[in-house]
Write a protein of this length. Structure first.
Length: 221
């Protein structure tokens, strides 16, 4: 199945459109609206990860939509066993935001979104601890620590059996953040079973979770 295409009831289809950190330009929104009117139900659904979905697409209109999509400059994705779209808060503009959340989300998107993993992997970035709960429900949740450093939570998830992420016991300097996420993705790819979420792997292998904590301390110091 092509990334970003989901089956619906009654032989209809949905396409999921990636934003960058939850942001679409007004021009992109107009293009999405036009495609929804031409090929879908005329409705657009906003998702919790900042993507947009055009739904109600009849099977015989799907190919036409995909052709139109390729010319639109929009990105399909956010499905399957991949790193999913980056969730980001409004911390760039919000009075509580401690750093430029949108800029970091753009860089995280470019570095990681769409990479293959055993199940799916969700990264969220938030400008203050008001979103601790959201950070704890990501595979990697990023919050501000001191100046130029971040606090990470790993292995959180929602779904049928939600679990809170585990706080990584050392602040992660901004200069090491991408290296740490690469390392976590590498552990997940090497040690995770097909279909297993990262959080389940950490629960199943507590010694691995402890080793990760030690390795990140080494990476960051
Ligand atoms: S998490 Fe904090 S910085 Fe981000 S939007 Fe909420 S209050 Fe603002």
């Amino acid at each position: 199945m092509t990334a970003g295409i989901l089956p619906q009831k009654e032989n209809r289809w949905t396409v999921r459109i990636l934003s960058t950190g939850g942001v679409f330009s007004a021009a992109e929104l107009k293009r999405i609206a036009g495609l929804a009117e031409r090929f879908g139900s005329g409705h657009v659904t906003a998702t919790s990860r900042g993507t947009m979905e055009i739904d109600g697409i009849a099977a015989d209109k799907l190919d036409g939509l995909l052709d139109a999509f390729h010319e639109s400059g929009l990105r399909l994705g956010g499905t399957g066993a991949t790193v999913r779209s980056i969730t980001a808060c409004k911390g760039t503009a919000c009075v509580h935001g401690a750093f430029d959340v949108a800029a970091l989300a753009v860089r995280l998107d470019a570095a990681f979104v769409g990479q293959p993993v055993p199940k799916k992997f969700k990264i969220g970035v938030f400008g203050c601890w008001n979103s601790l709960g959201k950070a704890c429900s990501q595979d990697v949740g990023i919050l501000p620590a001191g100046p130029g450093t971040f606090t990470l939570h790993m292995g959180g998830m929602m779904g049928r059996t939600p679990q809170l992420g585990i706080q990584i016991g050392t602040p992660v300097p901004a200069a090491r953040l991408f290296e740490v996420i690469e390392y976590l993705l590498g552990v997940y790819r090497r040690q995770g079973e097909a279909g297993e979420r990262f959080g389940r792997l950490l629960l199943r292998r507590p010694e691995l979770a402890a080793q990760i904590q030690r390795d990140i301390v080494s990476l960051c110091n």
